[in-house]
Design a protein around this ligand. Sequence first.
Ligand code: FES
Ligand SMILES: [Fe+2]
Length: 392
Amino acid sequence: MLTNLWYVAEWSKTVKDKPVKAKLLGQNFVLYRDKTGKVHCLSDVCIHRGGSLSNGWTTERNCVACPYHGWEFDAEGKVQFIPSRGEGAPIPERARIDAYPTEERYGMIWVFLGDLPESERYPIPEFPEYDDKANWRPVSLEFTWKGTVDRVVENGIDIAHTAFVHPGFGYREMADKNKILEVERGDYWGRSSNVLYPPQLQGNFGLLKFFRKDKAATHVTPSFYLPGHCVRLQIKVNSWMEMIIFDANTPVDENTTRSFAVQVRNFFKSPIFDKGSIKRTSKVFQEDADIVEALSPNYLPETLEHEVSVEQDKFMSAWRMIRRKHIEMGWKIDTRAMKAFEGEKVFTIPSPARRTNPHLKWALETVPLVEGNSASAAEVGTQGGIPQVESA
Ligand code: FES
Ligand SMILES: [Fe+2]
């Protein structure tokens, strides 16, 4: 699990006037909406006696109150009021918790979990079709996997599995016809363009058989983004019909992933087709989960030594390289080191204030990180292409 990235914590519509608990990267956070409508995200651990703020309430001071002794924390995580001391009493210097930047986009609450200053953060991935309601009809759904986020993302960008895992999307006997036409990558994203030969669309889209023949060449463009661990899958059904599935994959903990998905379509935009869209997309998630939840090991292997890759895996390799580069940059949480303290000590994800004000004093220690190696990070970053696949 990587720090220093934007992740989706919750749907916007879920956070109203009460604090809401969100678990990400194995840590608990509280989300709350102030009187102006702005959402805030704080660590969910009260530094008085460990109360869970998400069980508290929001206050007139635009704070969230701890349910144990009523201490009030503002949007910056600073204690503003200690009821037992009374109004105007001085507040201890260390009476603060980590507060994280938030944004609301695509009906989702994004939180930046790390201490990088704004100028160094990778942006939230663009999804312009979501706001273009005149041309695109969106539906939202979510899915929770018993699987690690790295495996989930890898599955989402893998084209070769579609012929085997998704009967609605491919034929086994066409597996060698499906082709990766191009792979591009940046520092924190990758995109590949592919041609596939799926069957006619089924269900409410049954009419489509008049618009698309069985096994017609279909262009599919999967992209991944490290921020949000997002996958965007663009499917060009024919010259005028397109759909996009955009999902943000949140690591709840090491082996649980919550996918926040929005599917948009530029055809059959009437709401009467929404139910069918949701049903079909959910079915695809379930087909993937049946495979991903049974993978061994659960985690993505850290080297290629114990797996065999072929050319058709090159886009997945691009994802692995980008992930590896950021592990070498020291962004990965050392969950093994934390296990020794389970139940005895609380760690917190460092927030930007820790870096901008190094003189501030804090009650909680930050999560241990796997030691990086800037030389290897640079090396992974400059390979520019795709790791070598094995020769026959
Ligand atoms: S534990 Fe939070 S106010 Fe006491
Ligand atoms: Fe799939």
